[in-house]
Design a protein. Structure first.
Length: 118
């Protein structure tokens, strides 16, 4: 299992519009094989990023998503905010789940090496 965290640095004056985009998201990722869940985390401290956090059964499942037409279609909506809505470049992080207390019998994700979207 893997997690993907996309840290998005949204200017406070765009927070409501940013949240609206996610409330009205296309939901295409929900239909992808291996997708488990999506959470959008709102920062509580000034200057901290929003985090779009997804959980996947495996790295290949996530890679199938980012290489899909549904990914392109789903992310077209995210371009509705102007570039100045963000005060810093987003940071994408992929982590392999070593242990999950809610799934005690889960085998650790095999080491997959570095990740690069491009």
């Amino acid at each position: 299992m893997i997690t993907v965290a996309n840290r998005l640095y949204v200017r406070p004056e765009y927070a409501d519009a940013f949240e609206k985009v996610f409330r009205e998201r296309a939901g295409l990722v929900d239909k992808m094989g291996g997708f488990i869940s999506n959470q959008v985390l709102r920062p509580v401290n000034e200057g901290d990023p929003y985090i779009v956090f997804t959980l996947w059964n495996s790295r290949p499942d996530f890679l199938n998503w980012v290489r899909s037409d549904a990914f392109v279609k789903g992310h077209a909506q995210s371009g509705t905010l102007p570039k100045d809505a963000y005060f810093k470049t987003n940071v994408l992080e992929l982590h392999e789940v070593l242990q999950d207390s809610s799934r005690p019998h889960l085998a650790p994700e095999p080491r997959g090496g570095p990740f690069n979207m491009h």
